[in-house]
Design a protein around this ligand. Sequence first.
Ligand SMILES: [Zn+2]
Ligand SMILES: [Zn+2]
Length: 181
Amino acid sequence: MTCLLCHAKFHIHYRFSDLFLLKTSEQFICPDCQQDFIKIPTEHCPRCYKSGDSQICKDCQEWESKGILINHQAIFQYNGAMHDYFSRYKFLGDYQLHKIFKSFFQKFDKNFTVVPIPISPERYQERGFNQVSAFLKEHSFTELLVKSDTSTQSSLDRKDRLNSKNAFSIIENAILPQKSS
Ligand SMILES: [Zn+2]
Ligand SMILES: [Zn+2]
């Protein structure tokens, strides 16, 4: 295999249990690149997954005091490797790179409707794909949102992001999923 990130050649070592369970865990990056992506430690805010403490963090407490319950799930830390990954994937538009993380989007609760975060039509034109939908392409998902504000979230600092108006709105005449009783 050739690593999608550093282009080094590498071999995949299947474990006996993988073969037994017919698990073909596809691997697209070499072990060296793999280890640059660090999983979020078990000590994290249960609401937003910020690492460091297993208590509900100050930000989440503040949202909760306003009646908004954060319920995120995150897998990896946003470190230098992840930053570089997203620069190549999003800003350089390297579509193939969606393969690296697609296997992490496998288990969705059937009672939920999966809605990818949209990108603006201008960005779509430029990049040629929605980086979120690309991860979800083997699953069923529903496009329900449009981007109403053209600034990119990544161009804003944290304070601006928190203060920015809702950047997304529901597609006109969209059929919204009904709560199953
Ligand atoms: Zn590599
Ligand atoms: Zn939090």
